[in-house]
Design a protein around this ligand. Structure first.
Ligand code: PHE
Length: 497
């Protein structure tokens, strides 16, 4: 790692890798449901407003920062101003929380692929998921025993992540083509299958019929911004480190548009696969679409398996395909969570990636075992909530403040315009200095108020307190990591920048 910085082998590798990072499990289970819940087709309005006022501007910011500073998040921020390095570490701490549980969900997919061969989830899919597979304990206070099938799945996932990363960027530049194209092919097959089923249109109606009255509700807007952030993998150091591997004079603005639009287009498209099948399921069961519609994990592991079992032709094939879809969607997101974390350490202390990577993978696997226990599901839910609701919002807010005001938005814009295929205008400064931070600030405050008033998810108060302690803990840890002296902070910006 010392000396020359690793590089993508081509621009398209970089774009595809970024798209792979952005497109993940969230596109399939999160977007369609959030869309349906927040006004159906009308949700596309706040969604695209969020994309253009926060998603793309922040993507440009992260690309610009990584490209200019030629370093992962902490060192990049340190180069902006010494005291802001912790913002970069905080991003890595948030992504760390995510990469502790994200592979666990992928581990479930590994297990479900094996069950799909004989549709082992049976008719009571909810019972199978909760009682037989997760063997849920009574609550977060009871971890119960470890679920070995999940641990094995987890080991498989971590090993795969390690294999993808250990050979470095040259190999990764090739791997990402497969990890992006394979899920896309599967998605197309699933959409075709879905749309040709009876009842599909009913499902799509629920997905897309606009309900404009919800647009006055601020929560709908916050949902749109939250979804954009998670989905584009912003505020986690991923895009910063990916762009730091770009060769000199690479475009920034156009790449940011391409990646963001490809991701959002995929989310929209995935909605067709999900809701057409839900429409079919509702018809087959003789109920209405909302009755079969579930959010998040329930959609993927309960509703979808139910629908798959009812498919007229080769259901096992589609079962395998669906979980393979999730797995291949997730794998490039998973390694895009590890890469910035590893780079944070190797950039600051000039450590050898050969050692840091396996250590991170092994520790990630070992700590992840907590989530494979019988009470692990609850903790996965709690950590997910804190990381996404507070972590991402806070890091995004801080990024805007540091680049908008400390570094100066106009300076970053000039830099981006120097290298990009088209120029971004003053609108970008306005988004970074005002629009995005204001929305993130409001969203953060509202989330804190809701947490204080209601706690989270009906869990006992102490569990919420543990979440808060983790959140405060990672902020402290970010300052600690900043205060440990690094090997180099000022060198590394390539000449001519
Ligand atoms: N954007 C990914 C998804 O939609 C998740 C992700 C989070 C990827 C963090 C990278 C970093 O599933």
């Amino acid at each position: 790692m010392n000396g020359q910085r690793a590089r993508w082998t081509s621009r398209s590798s970089f774009i595809i890798a970024s798209i792979g990072a952005a497109i993940g499990l969230g596109n399939v289970w999160r977007f369609p449901y959030i869309c349906y819940e927040n006004g159906g087709g009308a949700f596309l309005i706040p969604y695209f407003v969020a994309l253009f006022t926060a998603g793309i501007p922040l993507m440009i910011l992260e690309y610009g920062l990584g490209r200019k500073m030629q370093a992962g998040a902490p060192t990049a921020f340190a180069k902006v101003r010494k005291g802001t390095e912790w913002v970069g570490w905080l991003a890595l701490m948030v992504v760390m929380l995510i990469f502790l549980y994200y592979p666990v969900i992928m581990a479930w997919c590994v297990d479900y692929i094996t069950y799909a061969f004989n549709l082992g989830w049976g008719t009571d899919t909810a019972g199978f998921f909760e009682r037989d597979f997760l063997q849920l304990s009574g609550g977060p206070g009871m971890l119960g025993g470890i679920r070995w099938p999940i641990v094995i799945g987890l080991a498989v996932v971590w090993f795969a992540v390690y294999l993808c990363l250990f050979k470095g960027l040259k190999a990764l530049s090739k791997i990402v083509f497969y990890t992006v194209i394979i899920p896309w092919i599967i998605l197309v097959i699933m959409v075709i299958r879905g749309l040709t089923l009876p009842g599909a249109i009913e499902g799509l109606k629920f997905y897309l019929t606009p309900n404009f009255s919800v647009l006055g509700d601020p929560r709908v807007w916050l949902a749109a911004y939250g979804q954009i952030f998670f989905s584009l993998s912003l505020a986690m150091g991923t895009m910063i480190v990916y762009s730091s591997y770009l060769p000199r004079k690479s475009d920034i603005a156009n790449n940011a548009f391409i990646v963001s639009l490809a991701n959002c287009g995929t989310s929209f498209f995935a909605g067709f696969a999900v809701f057409s099948i839900l429409g079919y399921l509702a018809q087959a069961m003789g109920v209405s679409v909302p009755e079969v519609t579930q959010s998040g994990l329930g959609l993927a592991f309960i509703t979808y398996p139910t629908a798959i079992r009812l498919l007229p032709l080769v259901p096992a094939f589609f079962g395998i395909l669906f979980f393979l879809l999730l797995l291949t969607l997730g794998i490039d997101s998973a390694f895009s969570q590890i890469e910035p974390f590893v780079a944070g350490f190797t950039d600051k202390w000039k450590l050898n990636k050969k050692w840091v990577l396996p250590i991170v993978c092994i520790c990630g696997f070992l700590i992840g075992i907590v989530f494979t226990t019988r009470g692990g599901y609850y903790w996965l839910d709690i950590v997910d909530y804190f990381a996404n609701t507070f972590g991402l919002t806070l890091v995004g807010l801080l990024e805007c403040i540091v680049i908008g005001y400390v570094y100066k938005a106009s300076k970053m814009r000039e830099y981006v315009n120097e290298v990009s295929e088209f120029r971004i205008g003053i609108w970008w400064d306005i988004c970074i200095k005002i629009v995005t931070p204001v929305i993130l600030g409001i969203s953060f405050i509202l989330s804190v108020v809701t947490l204080i008033k209601e706690g989270y998810g009906g869990y006992p108060t102490w569990a919420t307190i543990v979440g808060v302690v983790i959140a405060i803990g990672i902020v402290i840890l970010s300052f600690v990591l900043m205060s440990i002296r690094g090997k180099t902070v000022t060198t590394g910006v390539s000449k001519g920048d």
